[in-house]
Design a protein around this ligand. Sequence first.
Ligand code: CP
Length: 334
Amino acid sequence: ESASSSIHSAGISGNTSTLRGHSVVTLDDLSPQQIIELLRKAEYIDSHRRQVMHTCDGRILATLFYEPSTRTRLSFETAMLRLGGNVIGFAGAQLSSVSKGESISDTLKTVSNYADVVAIRHPKEGAALVASRAASVPVINAGDGGHMHPTQTLADLATLTSRFGRVNNLTVGLCGDLTFGRTVHSLISTLCRFGNVRFVLISPDELKTPQYVLDRINDTPSCSFVQTRDLVGVIGDLDVLYMTRVQKERFFNEDDYLRLRDTYILDEDKLRHAKPEMAVLHPLPRVNEIAVEVDNDPRAAYFEQVKNGMLMRMALESSVLGDELPGYEAWSGK
Ligand code: CP
């Protein structure tokens, strides 16, 4: 079942025109219906690339990346270019006036004069919220420290929808660095809003899920969780296995990182214990967590996530700018 058929048959429609001018710091800033509408828009964009190529003509996106990135920055930028807009920004704050001590607020007040929308990545939790309060244009969080990564979650939801036709009634295993993995925190928080998910949280004791994320599950009557260190012992129960990298950059102590980094390595041998239709997700970049041999397994979905990330960012950028996708209204009315 495709994403659109399940969404259409559910009769759910969210009005993303209400996103015009809004910042997205976490996905709590969007209603579940608006998230579903973005999924539907991304599907439309994928099948109508030429029709949407002038949607954001004359618009400018600023990407302010204070931390390294490949997928997030390049897909934010590609998304705007594919919609007809242009891109400014920096990748690495050392070449901007941040290196002279300029604050996030002053940087955003400045860039608001140049750009129509901003994507920001920063090593400090809460930086995107500060940026959104200072800016006079929409700000999209492209990852703030170990906190949240809402547009990665949009990519993850699109991938679950294309694999399963739904984002709930699933057993979702999350494995690796659940303490510092911001994609994990965003995904759990968002899946709880759709309900009916059983989470299996697989990590060493030192890298367990933070309490504020567990509280989201506890506060959702239709969701539950178990915590374990044993990947092989639970892999057969899972519909989804979301692998994560141990986040070296968030460790205070290199010895701890070296001790923990290879705790979980998914390979074909372990996958023999998994369901044939289980989906393996990973936000990437990977280091050692997934053996390259798994890339050829039909359960590997992580490069689909990459493609979905670009499409979802196209849907989000056009929505916060209030730019309508040509032909979309008639298509979604079918
Ligand atoms: N998934 C993700 O955030 O990748 P990058 O760090 O390469 O942007």
